[in-house]
Design a protein around this ligand. Structure first.
Ligand SMILES: Cc1cc2nc3c(=O)[nH]c(=O)nc-3n(C[C@H](O)[C@H](O)[C@H](O)COP(=O)(O)O)c2cc1C
Length: 406
C-alpha cells in the first residue's frame, strides 16, 4: 500500500479527538503534560523526545542534580510584587527563560514551531528556531510576533551557513545560538531500537502498527503537510547531498576558528550553546561571545557528563562577570528555574518541558507549560523572600554534600 492510499484511508476514518483545551483541564504541572504527551505520541516519537545518549546516565543526572541542591529561604521580606523580567542577548523578556531550539518539532504536533513560537510570543519570551527545524525562518517571522532567536549547527559549507544567518537576520531574529556540543551524531539507542528517523518516521511494519495505535497523531501526520527540514529545503542553492543526510551531518571539523567568521557574519549578539568545560567557557569569552549556554543538550549527546546544574556554579564564578551565562538541561519545575538563577544563570532554556505541552495540546499546551513554570517560579521566589531576579543569589542555595560536611 502506498503512502497516498494510507492517507486516503485515514482521511475517511478520522477519529473524534477531544480539543486541546479540554485535554488540559486537569493539568497542574509539567509531569501531567508529559503523561498526556505520552498518550498521544507513537512510541518511536516518544523515544525521540524523551531519550538520551547511550545508557542515559547524563539524562538521569540532569534531573537528579536538582535534588542535590536545597533552597534555604529567607522570610518576612516584602514579596508583594515579584518581578521576573530581564534582558538577555539584547532581548527584553517578560520571564527569565526562552524556549530551547528543537529539531523536528512537527513530529510532536502538526503545528510544530508555529505553535511554540506563538505561545512564546504571547508570553513575551524568545522562541529559538533550530537549524533542524520543520518550519521556515520566514514563516515563523510572519506568523508570530517574536522575539525570535536562531540556532545554528555549523556545516562545512560556509555559504550555506551564511545564507541561513542572512535570512535569520533579515527576518528580525534578535540573537544567534551556535550549538557546539554536536560535532557528530550521538548514539541514541531508543531511536535505534524503534527505527525512528527524523525529520519524519520511515514507514515500516512496526512504525505502521505504532501509528495505528495512535490514530489521532497518525491522522494529522498523514493529512497535514509532510514533515521536512524546512530551512534546508528552501535554500537558494541546495547542496547536492540529500536533505536528511545534510541535516544529520554536522561538521566534525568545526573549530574555534569557525566561531570568528560566524560572529562576523552574524553581526549581532550570540551565544555558544553546549558549554560544560571551564576552559571552553573562558575561550568563548576571549572570542567575544555575548553569552554561553551551560548545557549538555539535555543528556542527548555525550553520555557520562556531569549534570549541567553541577557545573553551573563554577562556570559562573569564573566568567559570570564577563559574559551572560544561560543554563539548560533538566528543568521541569519553577523551583528548578529558581535554583539555576540563584546559582548565577541569567536565564534558562526550556527543552522537553515545553515539548510535553506541544505534544499534549499544541499552542495551548505550550502556553500551559510556560504558565506553569512562570507560576511555580513566582511562588518559589516569594516563599524564598526574593522579589526580583536581582535578589536571587547563591546564599539561598546549598549543596547537600557541602551541608552534610559542615
Ligand atoms: C527532541 C529534542 C530535539 C532537540 N534538538 C535540538 C536542536 O536541533 N538544536 C539544539 O541546539 N538543541 C537541540 N536540543 C537540545 C535542547 O535545545 C536543550 O538543550 C535541551 O532539550 C535541554 O534539556 P531539557 O530537555 O532537559 O530541558 C533538542 C532537545 C530535544 C529534547
Amino acid at each position: 500500500m502506498r503512502l497516498q492510499e494510507i492517507r486516503e484511508l485515514v482521511r475517511v476514518a478520522r477519529p473524534d479527538a477531544p480539543s486541546g483545551l479540554k485535554r488540559l483541564a486537569r493539568v497542574v504541572n509539567i509531569e501531567d503534560l508529559r503523561r498526556l504527551a505520552r498518550r498521544r505520541l507513537p512510541v518511536g516519537v516518544q523515544g525521540y523526545l524523551e531519550g538520551g545518549a547511550e545508557d542515559e546516565v547524563t539524562l538521569r543526572r540532569n534531573r537528579a542534580a536538582f535534588n542535590e541542591f536545597e533552597i534555604v529561604p529567607r522570610v518576612l521580606r516584602d514579596v508583594h510584587e515579584i518581578d521576573v523580567s530581564t534582558t538577555v542577548l539584547n532581548t527584553a523578556m517578560a520571564l527569565p527563560f526562552a524556549l530551547a531550539p528543537i529539531g523536528s518539532p512537527r513530529l510532536f504536533h502538526h503545528d510544530g514551531e508555529l505553535a511554540s513560537a506563538r505561545a512564546a510570543g504571547r508570553a513575551q519570551i524568545p522562541f529559538s528556531l533550530s537549524s533542524s527545524g520543520t518550519v521556515s525562518i520566514e514563516r515563523i517571522a510572519e506568523s508570530s510576533p517574536g522575539p525570535h532567536w536562531y540556532q545554528l549547527y555549523v556545516w562545512r559549507d560556509r555559504a550555506l551557513c551564511e545564507e541561513l544567518l542572512e535570512r535569520a537576520r533579515n527576518n528580525g531574529y534578535q540573537a544567534l545560538l551556535v550549538t557546539a556540543d554536536s560535532a557528530v551524531r550521538s548514539k541514541r539507542e531508543r531511536d535505534l531500537h524503534t527505527g525512528m528517523t527524523v525529520p519524519s518516521p520511515t514507514l515500516s511494519a512496526s512504525s505502521l502498527l505504532d501509528g495505528a495505535l495512535h490514530p489521532e497523531w497518525s491522522w494529522h501526520f498523514l493529512t497535514k503537510e509532510a514533515i521536512r527540514f524546512a530551512n534546508l529545503a528552501s535554500l537558494k542553492s541546495p547542496p547536492k547531498v540529500g536533505m536528511e543526510k545534510l541535516a544529520r551531518s554536522f561538521d566534525g571539523l568545526t573549530t574555534w576558528a569557525d566561531l570568528e567568521w560566524i560572529a562576523a557574519a552574524w553581526k549581532g549578539p550570540w551565544a555558544l550553546k553546549g558549554v560544560m568545560n571551564l576552559e571552553d567557557a573562558k575561550r568563548a569569552v576571549d572570542l567575544g561571545a555575548t553569552a554561553i549556554v551551560v548545557s549538555n543538550h539535555g543528556g542527548r549527546q555525550l553520555d557520562h557528563q556531569p549534570a549541567a546544574l553541577e557545573v553551573l556554579p563554577r562556570i559562573v564564578e569564573a566568567v559570570g562577570d564577563q559574559v551572560e551565562v544561560l543554563f539548560d538541561s533538566g528543568i521541569r519545575r519553577g523551583s528548578d528555574l529558581m535554583m539555576a538563577l540563584a546559582l548565577g544563570a541569567r536565564a534558562c532554556l526550556i527543552g522537553r518541558a515545553h515539548l510535553y505541552g506541544l505534544a499534549a495540546a499544541g499552542e495551548a499546551g505550550v502556553s500551559r507549560a510556560i504558565d506553569i513554570l512562570a507560576d511555580e517560579l513566582r511562588i518559589a521566589m516569594a516563599l524564598s523572600g526574593a522579589a526580583s531576579l536581582a535578589e536571587l543569589n547563591p546564599s539561598l542555595i546549598e549543596h547537600r554534600a557541602t551541608r552534610s560536611r559542615s
